[in-house]
Ligand binder design. Structure first.
Ligand SMILES: Cc1cc2nc3c(=O)[nH]c(=O)nc-3n(C[C@H](O)[C@H](O)[C@H](O)COP(=O)(O)O)c2cc1C
Ligand SMILES: [Fe+2]
Ligand SMILES: [Fe+2]
Length: 384
């Protein structure tokens, strides 16, 4: 029997305005770290510099006068390494455990105040022993940085999962996971479906009871199974449901009216709909909805021969996240020379597995009776 104790620390950052400089987090975000305790103390990851002081206070309390033997660095992004320098200054004899790419980043991030702690460089599949326990490293390159590695603790069947399986919002397991888990995954890791798939395959070959991500609640039992199922879908760009994202962008409300009619019609047909005003909603929500549903209806106004910037930004985002395997219907508006449909199609055609319905609904300023009928037909075609 190993004497290992696992202490988890979740620092709840409620004041951050934008995570990674672009994602609003109304319910904040947590940075999770771990102390593994047996006759040695091993820390896994630090926290964002924003929470450094509060975190150090908790770590020092747990160490209770003992000196940490090692710091394992599973991911060098500053939301997890921002307090590395402070910890290393307190404990210059603490060993750093990472891979070759980790240490190149340690040097780059501390260029002007180098960290001089000794280093242990590990390879994929290596184990690191401390006391009567160990951690095994499973490299997860590009989930979502190149140096990322997951750490598996065999006796407790615990997987420290770096940024995988994280979520925006609290670390409370009682809070519903899916919406903020989806928005986190699709926006942060979404582009790297192939890499996530290969990590999921590796995870299947080991017995896991608990997943400890760097953000959000630890996952076990039924919830772990559900999250795994969602990750299988997201990483293969498989929709979760047959619903529809209706996303629109216009100037004066006429394009919105068409989008709203489309949403109402789809709902009347029993379809689940997420309706989003792209100019007034952070695009991370629209990206998440696009990953969730099978269909998209994109409605945009023509703007100086091109189309609304909010729609262009949305399409740039979903293309960048590699979204695939969706059915898309287009609604365009233009008072003298409608062009939005052509522009939207041009982007969609460069994406994989996107089926675009051939009939485009063209408004010439305001909806007319023919447009209303076309929208009804389009809704039926999508639901069919
Ligand atoms: C700044 C501006 C530029 C526009 N450029 C075009 C254009 O190049 N071609 C066109 O057909 N309509 C153009 N329009 C008209 C819009 O397409 C018009 O707002 C639309 O027909 C009405 O839909 P809405 O209420 O959703 O904005 C422009 C409108 C604005 C305000
Ligand atoms: Fe990260
Ligand atoms: Fe992170």
């Amino acid at each position: 029997m190993s004497s290992l104790k696992i202490h988890r620390f979740s620092m709840y950052d409620r004041d951050i305005d934008l995570f990674e400089g672009q994602y609003p987090v109304e319910n904040g975000v947590t940075y999770n770290t771990t102390i593994l305790e047996n006759e040695q103390m091993v820390i896994v990851d630090t926290v964002d510099a924003r929470m450094c002081d509060a975190w150090l206070a908790e770590i020092l309390r747990c160490l209770d006068g003992r000196r940490p033997y090692a710091l394992v660095i599973s991911h060098m992004e500053p939301d997890h390494s921002g307090s590395l320098k402070a910890l290393c200054s307190l404990y210059p004899d603490m060993k750093l455990v990472g891979n070759a790419k980790t240490f190149a980043m340690v040097d780059a991030f501390t260029a002007e105040e180098p960290v001089t702690n000794s280093r242990m460089t590990v390879k994929d599949g290596d184990s690191f022993s401390f006391g009567d326990s160990s951690l095994k490293f499973i490299f997860a390159p590009m989930v979502h940085w190149p140096e990322v590695m997951l750490c598996y603790q065999p006796e407790t069947k615990t997987l420290f999962a770096a940024d995988a399986f994280g979520r925006f919002g609290s670390s409370n397991p009682e809070d519903s996971w899916a919406d903020e888990g989806r928005r986190y995954y699709t926006n942060i890791v979404g582009k790297y479906g192939a890499q996530v798939k290969s990590v999921l395959a590796k995870a299947k070959s080991i017995e896991i009871e608990t997943i400890c991500p760097l953000h959000g609640p630890d996952l076990c039992g039924e919830q772990l199974t559900k999250v795994m199922e969602l990750y299988e879908k997201w990483s293969t760009y498989t929709p979760e449901d047959n619903g529809t994202l209706v996303a629109y962008a216009g100037f004066h409300g006429h394009t919105r009216a068409a989008a709203e009619l489309m949403a109402k019609t789809l709902i009347a047909l029993g379809n689940e709909v997420t309706l989003i005003d792209l100019a007034r909603t952070n695009k991370s929500f629209a990206v998440a909805a696009a990953f969730r549903h099978k269909n998209m209806v994109l409605a945009a106004t023509t703007y100086d021969g091109a189309y609304m910037p909010a729609m262009e930004q949305f399409l740039t985002a979903v293309k960048a996240k590699n979204l695939q395997n969706r059915t898309v219907a287009l609604i365009e508006n233009g008072s003298w020379a409608p062009m939005a449909g052509k522009h939207m199609r041009a982007v969609l055609e460069t994406m994989k597995g996107i089926q675009i319905l051939p009939e485009v609904v063209t408004l010439r300023s305001a909806m007319n009776a023919a447009n209303r009928e076309e929208i009804a037909h389009m809704a039926e075609a999508l639901v069919r």
